[in-house]
Design a protein. Structure first.
Length: 170
């Protein structure tokens, strides 16, 4: 049978309960209470039930608590993940987006996230979700706002001739 993992440090059950009450993270709170119960001498199985987990999961959280402290009991969902594109690939993508699509080759007059998703997958071999493409564009400093589209056969001189000199848009 495996030996129980001791919760080391100067933590007391009272301090852990106080921290759980003050925590803004519900899951961290839920993980602190069984640790406090273990420090009080409660059976690990019963302490795990307090947090709505099994004994093995409690053991895993004890390991994370010992390694990282209180921050180890928070969820890692919001953690920054490294970009799968290199800096050179990101720079190339920024140039592609800024120059815009070629109507004959790309079939459109502006980039959509779904178009960029396909382009990134084909050119760089990295498959992103459309939402992640939007986040990547934001990191690159590119705006999602596009300029008003112009018809490719639109003639500026004809438009200027049609407007009256008193027109506010001239």
């Amino acid at each position: 049978m495996a030996t129980a993992i001791a919760i080391t440090g100067e933590w007391t059950a009272f301090e852990l309960r106080r921290l759980a009450a003050a925590s803004k993270h519900a899951n961290q709170n839920r993980r602190l209470l069984p640790l406090a119960a273990v420090l009080d001498g409660m059976n690990r199985t019963e302490a795990a039930r307090i947090g709505g987990m099994d004994r093995q999961t409690l053991r895993d959280w004890v390991h994370r608590f010992k390694e990282r402290g209180l921050e180890g009991l928070k969820d890692d969902l919001a953690r920054d993940k490294p970009c799968r594109l290199t800096a050179a690939q990101q720079a190339e993508l920024a140039v592609i987006v800024e120059t815009g699509p070629d109507r004959a080759v790309d079939g459109g007059v502006r980039w959509r996230r779904v178009d960029l998703k396909a382009l990134v997958a084909a050119r760089f071999g990295v498959d992103y979700h459309e939402r992640t493409i939007g986040k990547l564009l934001k990191v690159l400093g590119l705006s999602h706002i596009s300029a008003r589209l112009r018809h490719p056969k639109q003639d500026g001189e004809v438009i200027a001739a049609c407007r009256s000199p008193a027109s506010p848009r001239s």
